[in-house]
Design a protein around this ligand. Structure first.
Ligand code: ADP
Ligand code: MG
Length: 234
């Protein structure tokens, strides 16, 4: 994304944001609640529109102020905290939902992904038969099934209880790495970014104030406010 600006009622919520995410890497968009993270993701996904700036996927323009590719043709996968599975479909049908190829290819892809998240035995079950963590892994498989170039994840772990969260973060990271999409993961938790990111984009008041590897940002925060933000990590 390049020079993205979004205003609501004259207030700049996304303030000239430029950011590049690379295949096989996880970039964490990290910042306090209200700093503009979700708005940024919604603009990339195409469910909100920037006032100025451009979005590119695979080096192709998908959106500027005069041209706009609709969300479903952007090669973008989405995963949000409350992104529910379809309750009336089986686990397998949920994962197959965005696939439109031949039946046997769809079946193979669904089995591959359910195997990867360790839930192949649930293929004919319905979502309500699964725990929250298992449903979350199915949602990951569903989002990855069409092989999106970019995966957008908005606080995907915040609905899970603490005991499970670290394990699910690690499993999710392993699956994302195997699939090789460019991942942009939003979080307000520094320890989640430290754990998952190849690159952290630190956001504040709509701006990216620091960009770099977790280790570098943690050791050389750009200012006192950034240092304080990281200080409650153990
Ligand atoms: P974050 O995800 O970092 O918590 P958001 O992107 O959701 O932040 O919101 C950033 C700011 O923009 C907040 O102050 C929020 O109230 C405001 N905002 C978001 N969406 C809208 C909207 N549709 N209309 C007006 N204000 C909005
Ligand atoms: Mg948000």
């Amino acid at each position: 994304m390049r020079n993205i600006v979004r205003e609501f009622g004259g207030r700049r919520v996304v303030d000239n944001v430029s950011l590049k995410v690379m295949p096989g890497q996880v970039t964490c968009l990290l910042g306090p609640s209200g700093c503009g993270k979700s708005t940024t993701l919604r603009i990339i996904a195409g469910v909100d529109m920037q006032d100025s700036g451009e979005i590119y996927v695979d080096n192709k323009l998908v959106c500027d102020t005069v041209y706009r590719v609709p969300p479903e043709r952007r090669s973008i996968g989405l995963m949000f905290q409350d992104f529910a599975l379809f309750p009336h479909l089986t686990v397998g049908q949920n994962v197959a939902f965005g696939l439109d190829g031949p039946k046997d290819e769809t079946r193979a892809r669904v089995e591959e992904l359910l195997g990867r998240v360790g839930l192949l035995h649930f293929i004919d079950s319905h979502p309500h038969e699964l725990s929250g963590g298992e449903q979350q892994r199915v949602a990951l498989a569903r989002a990855l099934a069409p092989r999106p170039s970019i995966m957008l994840m908005d606080e995907p772990f915040s609905g899970l209880d603490n005991r499970l969260r670290d394990d699910i973060r690690d499993e999710t990271l392993a699956v994302l790495k195997e699939e090789g999409a460019a991942v942009l993961l939003v979080t307000h938790e520094p320890d989640e970014a430290m754990r998952m990111a190849d690159q952290i984009a630190l956001m504040r008041n709509g701006e990216i104030v620091q960009l770099g590897a977790p280790y570098n940002i943690y050791n050389r925060p750009v200012d006192l406010e950034a240092a304080r933000f990281f200080s409650d990590i153990n």
